[in-house]
Write a protein that binds this ligand. Structure first.
Ligand code: NAD
Ligand code: 2HG
Length: 524
């Protein structure tokens, strides 16, 4: 039974995919609630209130997935989650329209003094001259960050007869043309726009992007809007520039600290504010809750999540294609780990044939996670596989080659240790399944599943018989047996499979046999 902690106020109807899932227990409580046993939680659903810090993650050793019912993941320590192999998902487009509409409502309110006029009439005043505003029509709107929300604002601005100037370093010419906006440098936006609205994520690069230096470059009488994240526009600089009359006004839905408390910006009449309401509509909340609830359920059902921050996105169709190779990669990693017990310096993975059409980097991560499984007590999956390898000093190399050794596809992995190397090759055969076809330079053919024994021995008469006798004496039934050799009288290998693992006595007796060079029990 998976335990899912819903730590923030998330739309109840949207949680239905999880409530309907028999294998999940949904707990709607804050992380600070003493009734919650954080140690048992498998998934956590948050909005922006709960800060998923490294400290919190340390208290949640079972946590497998963090779901953000919204876009911004700046309240989640994604690096710390990645290090622990915890998947982070969000709901990237569920609140786009609501936030764009809110930004637009703020812009119209700001230029027409609607909140101030509203408060005045409620105060039994009728000051028609005090609230003369400005039209949006004919104004140049500067958009910083033309992603999902920025693009929706651009579309609305065009309908209102505005010119749209955009600064987004990742904006392509095609997208700018299709949205009918002018792609500009940040300075051009600052110098030419009448109204500037920011729609980037909060990152190291965007924190303080609109600071005092930037404000100096703007037109006198410019308006600023921030419905993205507090801190993208430097609050102290904004207060100075509103105070000295250079900036005509600002509309803010977000603050560096939320709630902002006694904040200098709140003292200005021409600063209008909302308490982080961009995504607060019934529609957006239902959308984002449903999206993340479905993602978490998908994850529990061992299917690929679609909106992960720390895993590659994969459609259902692609996943179906990659699934057999994903399994094979994990098995290759696990076999290798059980055959090479010492520390490894390098893992080289070579893909050939049809598998090269797939996302091989995902398979490399799966192989590494299979390698670390049962080797270290950190949970390693596709999220933290490369990081874990790097931390343990293992160089990972991935190559694509054209030689698939007569098979339709091949994955070959070679582990390099100080003075030896061990390689394994697997293939996936349609309607037949995964096969290991090459092991430590020997051709072989076995199904990588269950309880296996790998024996490398001298190719001499009687070796197989002596192995069989020990197993028979211990009432151990051999399910399958494959042999391979390079040359007569040289070294050879056998791979046997059993219904259950061998006990230590049988293993000991086998290892003492003459002519046995190497022996590894493999459990898959
Ligand atoms: N107020 C709210 O309730 C609310 C709701 C939803 C989203 N948001 C915020 O809005 C942000 C944007 O959301 P979105 O869905 O449009 O995200 P998005 O990822 O679709 O768009 C972000 C855009 O910013 C651009 N960008 C990144 N770094 C930049 C930089 N240094 N300079 C200029 N542009 C840069 C990216 O290229 C991208 O086009 C989110 O990160 C979130 O913080 C707020
Ligand atoms: O949860 C919310 O209401 C805010 C969401 C918003 O900030 C986001 O980044 O999606």
């Amino acid at each position: 039974m998976y335990r899912v902690l819903v730590a923030d106020a998330i739309n109840a109807e949207g949680l239905q995919p999880l409530l309907d899932y028999a294998d999940a227990q949904v707990i709607e409580k804050k992380v600070t609630d003493t009734e919650v046993n954080l140690k048992e939680i498998d998934a956590i659903l948050v909005r922006s209130a709960t800060k998923v810090t490294e400290e919190l993650l340390e208290k949640m050793p079972q946590l497998k997935i963090i779901a953000r019912a919204g876009v911004g993941v700046d309240n989640i320590d994604v690096n710390a989650a990645t290090k622990r192999g915890i998947i982070v998902v969000n709901a990237p487009d569920g609140n786009t329209i609501s936030t764009a509409e809110h930004t637009f409502a703020m812009m119209a309110s700001l230029l027409r003094n609607i909140p101030q006029a509203h408060a005045s009439v409620k105060n039994l005043e009728w000051k028609r001259n005090a609230f003369v505003g400005n039209e949006l029509h004919g104004k140049a709107l500067g958009i910083v960050g033309l992603g999902r929300i920025g693009a929706e604002i651009a579309k609305r601005a065009k309908v209102f007869g505005m010119t749209v100037l955009v600064f987004d370093p990742f904006l392509t010419k095609e997208r700018a043309t299709s949205l009918n906006v002018q792609s500009c440098t940040l300075d051009e936006v600052l110098e030419q726009a009448d109204i500037i609205t920011v729609h980037t994520p909060l990152t190291k690069e965007t924190k303080g992007l609109i600071n005092e230096t930037a404000m100096k470059k703007t037109k006198k009488g410019v308006y600023f809007l921030n419905c993205a994240r507090g801190g993208i526009i430097d609050e102290q600089a904004l207060a100075v520039y509103i105070g000295n009359g250079h900036v005509a006004g600002a509309a803010l839905d977000v603050f560096e600290e939320e709630p902002p408390g006694e904040h200098p910006l709140l003292k200005f009449d021409n600063v209008i504010v909302t308490p982080h309401l961009g995504a607060s509509t019934k529609e957006a909340q239902l959308n984002v809750a449903t999206q993340v609830a479905k993602e978490v359920r998908t994850y529990f059902e061992d299917r690929p999540v679609t909106n992960s921050i720390n895993l590659p996105a994969m459609s259902k169709d692609i996943y179906e294609k990659i699934r057999p190779f994903h399994h094979l990669s994990k098995q290759l990693g696990s076999i290798l780990s059980q055959c090479v017990k010492e520390g490894i310096d390098e893992l080289s993975i070579n893909y050939s044939g049809s598998v090269t059409e797939l996302e091989t980097s995902y398979l490399t991560k799966a192989l590494i996670s299979g390698f670390f499984k049962n080797r270290i007590d950190v949970h390693v999956n596709e999220v933290n596989a490369l990081l874990t390898a790097k931390e343990r000093g293992i160089t990972v190399g991935e190559k694509i080659s054209t030689n698939s050794f007569g098979y339709a596809n091949c994955i070959t992995v070679t582990a390099k240790v100080e003075n030896r190397q061990f390689s394994l090759r697997g293939t996936y055969i349609d309607h037949y399944g995964p096969r290991i076809v090459h092991m430590n330079d020997f051709n072989i053919d076995f199904h990588p599943e269950g309880n296996l024994l790998y024996i490398q021995h001298m190719d001499r008469p009687g070796v197989i018989g002596r192995v069989g006798k020990i197993l028979g004496d211990h009432a151990i039934n051999i399910a399958t047996m494959q042999v391979g050799r390079k040359e007569i009288g040289g070294e050879a290998i056998m791979v046997l499979s059993f219904d259950k693992p061998l006990d230590s006595t049988a293993l000991q007796l086998l290892s003492e046999l003459d002519d046995i060079v190497l022996m590894n029990q493999i459990t898959l």
